[in-house]
Design a protein around this ligand. Structure first.
Ligand code: SF4
Ligand code: SF4
Length: 425
């Protein structure tokens, strides 16, 4: 039996999910809708259709796995679990797309990821932390760092003019300057502990390679987090690409390696880890920062000359119900604009943009149109895959809109140690 019968039986075929489904919106084809796919699963389960039927295989791949259908379903169908079971059976051996196999293999090479991540500037090994913290304290009190940051914060706050690309570039440059000088966070941005184990930051396998600055900025905002470098992949990639057993085993191994709460900067990893380890073991970074909002209040500074918007992470929003927290943080520090369909998938969807680049681009295009029409300066992502997708799409259009991760953006509005010192007096 491929599917858990109780999960399949839950669907009452009401069709409420159809308007929420991005692939149905593209095709208006019932087979590309959640209800249509569940009917295909039922046909496979009762033997009416073979698992390798071309329509069945095509729909198992065309689905984004965004779970937008789950949140509108009145019957509480757990579509994400059904899709995992579907691919676990259908994407076996050679039937699994070659690119998915390659990416999954790479994610398992934790030594190579660690090494490449360090070359790209991922956070240092645990035993280096004490020295890094000392360097941070020394560097944060350096007048050069204070001047670089203060000049940006003060000049943008004083500006009456509309935000320009230069404004964003200046901020990005100043952040890089400060990052280089300090390498870590000012103290007091966030501290937390669960039971006898400290909270740990999940470095993420591909985040380490593609966006190592995200982990560095998360540690600048939350310096009390542990960040052991010898942590592996959470297994979300495997669970979503037809190897459910490996995906779960990897999550459990990571849970043993990081025995306290796991703080993540990736919505996809957060949802997978919560499904395997339990919600209480996982806290996404915007939740973590929101829980420390009083401490944050003393360090984050508002800059209303920057207009930002948020692109939700599907798994974070639809799987874990986290969407208010990143918005509340952004509203505190910038001019926030909500765009229509911010909750809709951007087309990244794990390996989807690699496996189905044309469909991925079709899903992304209206989002990029909306971003440019709204005239925002920065679009914020809370998942590395979404960040990569938005950056690539915007770059291809030579857009003036920039894409940044939430923690990267929040790190731009951390004032210097010198400013904090003056205000505390
Ligand atoms: S998945 Fe939910 S919303 Fe969609 S048809 Fe089935 S019961 Fe209705
Ligand atoms: S997961 Fe997303 S793409 Fe797949 S059926 Fe549900 S809404 Fe449609």
């Amino acid at each position: 039996m491929i599917f858990t019968p109780a999960l399949l039986d839950q669907c009452i075929s009401c069709g409420f999910c159809l308007p929420a489904c991005p692939t149905y919106a593209l095709t208006a084809d019932e087979a590309s809708s959640p209800r249509g796919r569940i009917n295909l699963m039922r046909a496979v389960q009762d033997g009416t259709l073979p698992l390798v039927d071309p329509t069945v295989m095509e729909q198992s791949s065309f689905c984004l796995g965004c779970r937008a259908c789950e949140v509108v379903c009145p019957a509480g169908v757990r579509y994400g679990e059904l899709l995992e079971q579907w691919r676990d059976a259908a994407w076996r051996g050679r039937r699994r797309p070659l690119i998915a196999r390659a990416v999954m293999l790479a994610a398992r090479r934790s030594f190579a990821i660690r090494l490449l991540g360090r070359l790209r500037g991922a956070p240092p090994r645990r035993r280096d932390w004490a020295a890094a913290r000392r360097r941070t304290r020394d560097a944060a009190s350096s007048p050069a760092v204070g001047e670089a940051r203060d000049s940006v914060i003060l000049s943008t706050a004083a500006s009456e003019t509309a935000p320009t690309e230069t404004t964003v570039s200046k901020i990005t440059a100043a952040t890089a300057a400060t990052r280089d000088a300090t390498g870590s966070a000012p103290s007091g941005a966030g501290q937390g502990q669960s039971g006898s184990h400290p909270d740990s930051l999940l470095l993420g396998c591909f985040e380490r390679l593609l966006f190592p600055q995200v982990s560095r900025d998360a540690l600048r905002l939350c310096p009390s987090l542990q960040a052991p470098a010898d942590q592996g992949c959470c297994g979300a990639l495997h669970a979503h690409n037809g190897d459910l057993a490996a995906g779960r085993a990897m999550a459990r191994r990571l849970g043993e390696r990081l025995p306290g709460r796991i703080v993540t900067t990736s919505g996809g990893c957060a949802a997978h880890l919560a499904a395997v380890l339990g919600r209480e073991r996982v806290i996404e970074i915007s939740e973590y920062l929101t829980a420390r909002s009083q401490e944050l209040e003393t360090v984050l500074r508002s800059d209303r000359s920057i207009t930002v918007t948020l692109q939700d992470s599907c798994h974070l929003r639809n799987g874990l119900g986290v969407w208010r927290e990143p918005r509340a943080l952004l509203e505190r520090v910038a001019r926030y604009v909500e765009l229509p369909n911010a909750a809709g998938c951007c087309g990244s969807a794990g390996t989807y943009s690699l496996l189905r680049p044309k469909d991925s681009a079709r899903i992304l295009a209206p989002k990029l149109d909306a971003l440019e029409a709204a005239g925002v300066d920065v679009v914020i992502a809370v998942n590395p895959g979404c960040l990569r997708q938005l950056q690539q799409g915007l770059r291809a259009r030579r857009s003036r809109v920039r894409a940044m991760h939430l923690v990267e953006f929040l790190a731009t509005v951390l004032p210097s140690a010198a400013t904090r010192g003056q205000e505390q007096r």
